[in-house]
Design a binder for this molecule. Sequence first.
Ligand SMILES: Cc1ncc(COP(=O)(O)O)c(C=O)c1O
Length: 361
Amino acid sequence: MSKTIQPQPGIMNIALYVSGESKIAGQDEVLKLSSNENPYGPSEMAKAAFAEAAVDLHRYPATDHAPLRRAIGEAHLLDPDRIICGVGSDEVLQFITQCYAGHGDEVITTQHGFSMYPILAHAAGAIPVEVREAERRVDVDAILEAVTDRTRIVFIANPANPTGTMVSEAELRRLIEGLPPQVLFVHDGAYTEFADGFDGGASLVDDYPNVIMTRTFSKIHGLGGLRIGWGYARREIIEVLNRVRQPFNLSQAQMAAAEAAIRDVAYTAWCARENARWRDWLRNALVQMGVGCDESFANFVLARFDTPAEAEACDAALKAGGILVRRVGGYQLPDCLRITIGDEAACRRIVDVIARFKGVR
Ligand SMILES: Cc1ncc(COP(=O)(O)O)c(C=O)c1O
């Protein structure tokens, strides 16, 4: 036996998460389009609720999140007893992995999938199994082929980050129906609200026992800085996850702001409309300049350049113009840049810089 302290198996396999950059050396004013944040910020009602909660800071918060779960349930027509809230949806994803995968188990992720999934699998001592995608789209058949007796979890984000592409509901059903019953399917809906008319996987949760949907307040609700997310599944699964949740994981201020945000339906709808409008505009502009761009269902687009060197040079030109986007080489997309949809001025500014870079203006 080793005579020194040793981390648990898998921990040292974790490659640290790389977040979107927020600073450019020598520039005070930076346009940050690197983290898929809401350019308009949170609802005024959420800000007011947060400020109001800034009293009684000596009191512990409620442990059951009941008012927030009720508000989520009302907004999405879901049973509040089947909802769990976490410190960002990241924490809910962590509960899931901790509860359903262990040493030697396999966790399926996809080629360009969100980088937290392998991190969480390793943290649980499990083995992340990466499945290829087809032209930046999750490939249901490839996932089904990768399932073994040791598979415990399949993670996909839909819409996906960083590709922005989506799998149809029919394909998702085919995937779930092809999975053995001991495999939990995690439908990560961080970007659901940007995909018009999509329920984020709620109907899949209702129809199958081995599905959980996760959602976040960080994207459309503009509360990434506050850290609130949630999950929806059968009650048996939620009861399992609640056993590893710390009782006071969310502060009163987090819960109050999130509750106000989800009740501000008009603001959320306006943010979704503005996003769709400028997302389409930006994609068209990129395509016209000869930059590849799949249809996106999220609050970002993935711009594809001819070579990794061209993507790098364009990133440098953007930085010189005070704009930060996301390099996605770590997602096996070295020739791409992920660009968060900003407001009108931000979209026009980025197109201007890329057009000059491409020599078309
Ligand atoms: C696909 C996906 N899932 C989950 C998250 C985590 O979001 P949060 O922990 O802020 O809820 C993100 C954040 O970027 C994401 O892109």
